[in-house]
Design a protein around this ligand. Structure first.
Ligand code: IDP
Ligand code: MG
Length: 140
């Protein structure tokens, strides 16, 4: 399996509770290398566009409102099978159904407040990384 990159962000419920350090520690413990990191204020990104795939769903407006209720911390991680590895660390979308020991299982609140985002495929990762980072922002 080749080394790949994935995108994650600490969502506003995580930054509000000062969980970024603990979460970034878990990435490192799982062997995922941090190659990009940036705290972004609500007016610094277009959450409606980032979540365009969910347009029309009943939770879309609430999701966008929540995601722009505070800062997020955007991260790029690199490692073997990074996309799947990060999704495993994150746990299920709904914190109530996420296993203990996963980030969402340990820290998630009620949907949509599930503490971190994780890309769902290498193609999504590429799109989401370029949403927040220029190639020159990332470790070579
Ligand atoms: P994922 O983050 O596990 O990939 P998606 O289905 O892509 O899950 O949904 C994106 C985000 O939208 C979720 O992480 C969560 O914050 C929010 N969300 C998903 N489903 C619901 C829901 O049924 N109610 C409220 N928010 C939801
Ligand atoms: Mg998703």
């Amino acid at each position: 399996m080749a080394i790949e990159r994935t995108f994650t962000m600490v969502k506003p419920d995580g930054t509000a509770r000062q969980l970024t350090g603990e979460i970034v520690r878990r990435f490192a413990d799982a062997g995922l290398k941090l190659v990009g990191l940036r705290m972004v204020q609500p007016d610094g990104w277009d959450a409606r566009e980032f979540y365009a795939e969910h347009k029309g769903k009943d939770f879309y407006d609430g999701l966008v409102e929540y995601m722009t209720s505070g800062p997020v911390v955007a991260c790029v991680l690199e490692g073997e099978n990074a996309v799947k590895a990060l999704r495993s660390l994150a746990g299920a979308t709904n914190p109530a159904k996420a296993d203990k020991g996963t980030i969402r299982g340990d820290f998630g609140l009620e949907l949509p407040k599930n503490t971190i985002h994780g890309s769902d495929s290498p193609a999504s990762a590429e799109r989401e990384i370029s949403f927040f980072f220029k190639p020159s922002d990332l470790v070579k």
